[in-house]
Design a protein around this ligand. Structure first.
Ligand code: NAD
Length: 292
């Protein structure tokens, strides 16, 4: 059944996601402060134009404070029983806070961050990690099925964000471990292809090594083979590692590896040459360094 959908935040991810919903036959209206547009999507000039009378409003925004601001403007215009889905990656607190504000107004809310990047958004193959009530998830599921290939209902409000940042904390840590091991292997005179052949089929294997190998010319095609053009930018990894540490602080969890990964990505992006590069370019950082 065709739905009327408002889509706020037509950036790298939001524009192709909104276009896929329109292509599937939904009536989509979009809004972005930067004036960006998306294929098949009507453009509203303000928040009211993208929220009033909609069956669902979807947001895809840079961070939690912008989400809170936008949600405060959106929720009063929404119809009771309609659906609010936030697909941005934000802190768990902002996700919970936004869901609660929506539910207090009789609106079904889901926090549903994604993995799969720009390619997944364009191809409709994202993975959604969703938090919220069963009723909200069931109502959102047909939209997830258009924009993605998998949607996991992780639990109550905030649990989609929790799953996302735990996953990306593992990813940041394993990418660093993989990069430093390659740099060590180089210094030990080990051929990189041999290193890949062994590790990718031994207990050191991981997605970072097997699917997204940081060494150019080794393993499947990855940003390493394209001058480390992102892919998944080092800045975005730094953002997600910051969110995991913020959550760990809030939950009183001990996450020393996550904190070390955050500080290494912070140095890479803010003080070295990591800005604008894929997060796997961390390999060149270790290559260039000596012990101590
Ligand atoms: P982006 O910066 O390209 O898009 C964000 C858009 O939001 C921009 O177009 C911006 O103009 C708009 N915006 C900002 N404030 C607004 C407001 N008040 N009202 C309306 N629009 C506003 O970012 P992106 O790469 O599309 O990422 C969006 C979210 O998805 C982020 O939370 C990011 O962490 C997450 N994410 C990104 C990727 C990726 O590979 N790019 C992967 C997974 C998750």
């Amino acid at each position: 059944m065709s739905m009327k959908i408002g889509f706020i935040g037509l950036g790298n991810m939001g524009a192709p996601m909104a276009a896929n919903l329109a292509k599937a036959g939904h009536v989509v209206t979009g809004y972005d402060v930067a004036g960006t547009t998306a294929e098949g999507v009507a453009v509203a000039t303000d928040i009211a134009g993208v929220t009033k009378g909609m069956d669902a409003v979807i947001t895809m925004l840079p961070n939690g404070s912008i989400l809170r601001q936008v949600a405060a403007q959106v929720i009063p215009h929404m119809t009771k029983g309609s659906l609010f889905i936030d697909c941005s990656t934000v802190d768990v607190e902002s996700a919970k806070n936004t869901s609660e504000a929506a539910e207090n107004e009789g609106i079904l809310a889901v926090d549903a961050p994604v993995s799969g990047g720009i390619g997944g958004a364009a191809g409709g193959t994202l993975t959604f990690m969703a938090g919220g009530s069963e009723a909200a998830f069931e109502k959102a599921k047909p939209l997830f099925d258009i924009m993605g290939q998998k949607a996991v209902h992780c639990g109550d409000a905030g649990s989609g964000q929790a799953a996302k940042i735990c996953n990306n904390m593992i990813l940041g840590v394993t990418m660093i471990a993989t990069c430093e091991a390659f740099a060590l292997a180089d210094k030990l005179g080990l051929d990189r292809q041999k290193m890949f052949d062994v590790v990718s089929t031994s207990s050191g294997y991981s997605w970072s090594m097997n699917a997204y190998c940081p060494a150019p010319g080794v393993g499947p095609q990855s940003p390493a083979d394209n001058g480390y053009k992102p892919g998944f930018a080092a800045e975005l990894m730094l953002k997600d590692l910051g969110l995991s540490q913020q959550a760990a602080e809030m939950a009183n969890a001990d996450t020393p590896m996550g904190e070390l990964a955050r500080s290494l990505y912070a140095a890479f992006v803010e003080e070295e040459d990591g800005s604008g590069k894929d997060f796997s370019a961390m390999l060149s950082r270790f290559e260039a360094r000596n012990r101590g």
